[in-house]
Design a protein around this ligand. Sequence first.
Ligand code: 16G
Length: 244
Amino acid sequence: MPRITKTSYVLEALLSDINRPETQHGDCLPSERELGERFHVSRVVIRGALARLEEEGLIYRLQGKGAFVSKNKVNQNASRLTSFTQDMLQRNMTPGSKILAKEFVPCTPFLRSKLQLPREEPVFMLKRLRMADDSPMAIEVCFLPEWIGKQIADHLVDNASLYQLLTEKCGIQLKYAMQTIEVGTLEKAERDLLGGNCPRCTAIITRQTFDVDNNVIEFVESRYRSDRYLFRMLLDMNEKESGS
Ligand code: 16G
């Protein structure tokens, strides 16, 4: 059982308040004293939690007026295995996707190792522009084993959820994923897809997702608009490194 500090407990509670659909950009947070009474913790703990929220850009402070919610970025918990569709619905935003390419492509040694394929076989490639409330958020390139591609290719239309199809059409139960996050730059064509005022800097996320039998189901590389996304992780001192 991970040890949760008072600060991270308060932090998670405030984050769930901030993430509520009814919470609006600019809403005022209760005072430090009121928060201390609500959580039965000292002001030092409240200040620590508020400082972290401010560092992450989730609140801003106005001198003499208090702390206010900042909802300019989608704030995603990077420690939970969810789909883009679920993430957006949870924020009361309408998920969308436009298919840019879907086809069977030859397997490269890199993809064969990422998908842990026992033999050389084509892989199914799905490239999508992901949107929230019609605004472009990310470009996702997803690779899946051939057998999965054959079962879902015809059902994959704009706005369809891949994870829903994996469950409904292939009976797959996803269990966990290995994810990496790095900073990169976007090509001109990618910036055009992501919208005119898109920053050059991007968050590149890779995800290798496994099912309950430890089979790799997808390998995905996504490029997110860095001005619209924020990834949040809860770190635990006791957690052991589980490989690279
Ligand atoms: C997320 C996943 C991606 C997955 C997709 C399915 C990350 C970094 N990636 O975007 O791996 O394929 O969700 O979404 O979170 P869907 O079910 O809405 O199509």
